[in-house]
Design a protein around this ligand. Structure first.
Ligand code: SF4
Ligand code: SF4
Length: 303
């Protein structure tokens, strides 16, 4: 079963809403894992009843640690090889002392390897965690994995990688369709979240802002040689020409969800909108498009 990445240019286009509605729509038919890789703002969990006052408690699967160097100044000769080796400006050697900015460190270990005196030793520093939510009786049978970056931390990709690894382990033992809710944009977190997916669904609003940013993300996805298609959210709510951009990028428009206040209200309450006919019609068209591309089997389910 494939992995589908759901991405967008700017934030707020409806990526998470699409991810949870599509997951809930397909869950009766396909074995399904939803991986929330938007680790700075993992918003899928509230749709499944996870909140401070609910009985739905997430399970901690893994604390994500990064091996950060610490210096033993008594062994440092001040050569500066470590700071020259660091591509992230995370450490600076001043005379016989090394100062390390832990938040900038990516844990690559390069500085430790080039240090001629063994003055640098690695120690694990937490960047975030990976959590899981299993469905309660009566809920859609969706396993949710999500990453949560520590407050103030910027080492997003380490947490994304950890969620992807857990998702791969889960689908290796119980094969199924994986939906990834990816971070918006075209920077490192989005690249890392989309990388390895079989297909990318790009969510766009018909606004100049959304289309400007989506073009950048779409070109990034195409440069990664990942096939992609566009879904239009809030169709009719703006004057941006999504179809023209799709033609320019040579990408198909898979389905359009019209702008409706009650769909937005469902989203504001962190509820799926499967009781809204327009949402069901949209998801049906999207499922058919995915089936025509052989990304989803027809009638074979997986359950
Ligand atoms: S481990 Fe890598 S990123 Fe961290 S300080 Fe050393 S060279 Fe820089
Ligand atoms: S490479 Fe090692 S010895 Fe040289 S400045 Fe860095 S910590 Fe000190």
């Amino acid at each position: 079963m494939p992995t589908l990445a759901i991405a967008s240019g700017k934030g707020g286009t409806g990526k998470t809403s699409l991810a949870v509605n599509l997951a809930s729509y397909l869950a009766g038919e396909y074995r399904l894992l939803l991986a929330d890789l938007d680790v700075e703002a993992p918003d899928c969990a509230p749709y499944f009843g996870s909140s401070a006052d609910s009985q739905q408690a997430p399970r901690l699967l893994q604390e994500v640690y990064i091996p950060v160097p610490q210096a033993d100044d008594s062994r440092c000769n001040g050569c500066g090889a470590c700071s020259r080796a660091c591509h992230f400006g995370a450490l600076v050697a001043i005379e016989n002392t090394v100062r390390i900015n832990e938040l900038l460190c990516k844990g690559c270990g390069h500085c430790v390897r080039v240090c001629p005196t063994g003055a640098l030793q690695e120690r694990p520093v937490s960047a975030g965690k990976v959590c899981a939510l299993s469905p309660l009786p009566g809920q859609a049978p969706i396993e949710l994995l999500y990453g949560l970056l520590n407050i103030g931390d910027i080492r997003t990709t380490a947490v994304i990688d950890a969620v992807k690894k857990k998702a791969a382990e889960a689908t290796a033992s119980a094969p199924g369709l994986t939906l990834r809710d990816c971070p918006p944009g075209a920077s490192c977190p989005a690249v890392r979240a989309i990388h390895g997916a079989d297909y990318c669904i790009l969510v766009a609003e018909p606004t100049a802002f959304s289309l400007h940013d989506m073009e950048k993300t779409a070109r990034m996805v195409l440069a990664m040689h990942i096939p992609a298609g566009i879904v239009v959210n809030k169709a009719g709510a703006g004057s941006g020409d999504v179809a023209a951009l799709a033609r320019k990028l040579r990408l198909p428009v898979l389905a359009e969800l019209p702008w409706q206040l009650d769909i937005a209200e469902h989203g504001a309450r962190a509820e799926t909108a499967l009781d809204v006919p327009e949402m069901i019609d949209f998801l049906f068209k999207l499922k058919k498009a995915l089936q025509q591309m052989k990304l989803l089997g027809v009638g074979e389910g997986g359950l």
